[in-house]
Design a protein around this ligand. Structure first.
Ligand SMILES: O=P(O)(O)OC[C@H]1O[C@H](OP(=O)(O)OP(=O)(O)O)[C@H](O)[C@@H]1O
Ligand SMILES: O=c1cc[nH]c(=O)[nH]1
Ligand SMILES: [Mg+2]
Length: 216
C-alpha cells in the first residue's frame, strides 16, 4: 500500500483555547508567547504518543514483581525548532521531552519570492538512523521552509517515517507539497486554514508568528 501523509488536528479543548488566544490580533506578545508554549506542550503530548521509544522490563515493587515500561534511553530523541517562530513552541515541547537534544535551524522567507533561505544550521554531519525527530514549525504556509528543513534532515540520515512535525496553522498548499515529497511524514497541527493571501500569509492564520513572538 502506498504511503500517505498523515495530518492530525487533535480535538483537544486546550489546543482550541490557546489557538484562539494566538489568533486574536489584540493578544499582546507576552500572552502570545504563553499561548505558543501551551500549544507546544499539548501538540507535543499528542504527537509523541506512538513515537517515543519505550523498553519493556520488570521491576520489584515493595510487594512483588511487576512488568514495567520505560522510555528507552538508547534511542536518540531530538527536537528541531525552525527559527525564529519554532522557538515559540520549544519550551512546551521540552517540558515533555527534557532529555531530548535540540538542533536549531534558521530559515527566513524572501518577502517577494517567498523562497526560504537558511542562515543557521546546527545539525550534525550525520544523525543516528534511529533518531526520532520532533520538528517545531508553527506555520506551514507555502511549505517551502518545511521542505528545505526536511531535505537537510534526510540528507543526514533521518528517516521521514520517524519525524513528527508540530505546527499551529497549516495551509492546504503546504500539506499538498509535503504529501508529494515526503508521504511517510506525520503532522500534528492545531488547525488547517483556508489558504494563503497574495503575500503568502495564511488566512485567517495568526499573522507573522516570528514577529508576534518576539515583538518585532
Ligand atoms: O511555509 P512557508 O511559506 O515557507 O512559510 C513558513 C515560514 O515562514 C515564517 O518564517 P519567516 O520567514 O517569517 O521567519 P521568522 O520565523 O524568523 O519570522 C514561519 O515562521 C515559517 O518558518
Ligand atoms: O501566515 C504566515 C505565513 C508564514 N509565516 C508566518 O509567520 N505567518
Ligand atoms: Mg516571520
Amino acid at each position: 500500500m502506498a504511503l500517505q501523509l498523515r495530518v492530525y488536528v487533535p480535538p483537544h479543548p486546550l489546543i482550541k483555547h490557546w489557538l484562539g488566544v494566538a489568533r486574536d490580533a489584540a493578544t499582546p506578545s507576552v500572552l502570545f508567547r504563553s499561548a505558543m508554549t501551551e500549544l507546544g506542550r499539548w501538540l507535543t503530548y499528542e504527537a509523541i504518543r506512538d513515537w517515543l521509544p519505550v523498553v519493556e522490563t520488570s521491576i520489584e515493587t515493595p510487594l512483588g514483581s511487576s512488568a514495567a515500561t520505560f522510555i528507552n534511553p538508547e534511542i536518540p530523541v531530538a527536537i528541531v525548532p525552525i527559527l525564529r517562530a519554532g522557538l515559540a513552541l520549544l519550551e512546551g515541547s521540552q517540558a515533555l521531552l527534557p532529555l531530548a537534544s535540540v538542533y536549531h535551524i534558521g530559515f527566513v522567507r524572501n518577502e517577494e519570492t517567498l523562497e526560504p533561505s537558511c542562515y543557521l544550521n546546527k545539525f550534525p554531519e550525520s544523525f543516528n538512523a534511529q533518531t526520532r525527530i520532533l520538528v517545531s514549525e508553527p506555520m506551514l504556509a507555502t511549505g517551502g521552509t518545511m521542505l528545505s528543513a526536511m531535505a537537510e534532515l534526510t540528507q543526514r540520515g533521518i528517516d521521514p517515517a520517524l519525524v513528527r512535525i508540530i505546527s499551529v496553522v497549516a495551509a492546504p498548499q503546504a500539506l499538498q507539497k509535503l504529501a508529494e515529497a515526503y508521504p511517510a511524514l506525520t503532522i500534528y497541527t492545531a488547525t488547517i486554514d483556508e489558504g494563503l493571501n497574495d503575500q503568502g500569509f495564511i488566512v485567517p492564520g495568526l499573522g507573522d508568528a516570528g514577529d508576534r513572538t518576539f515583538g518585532t
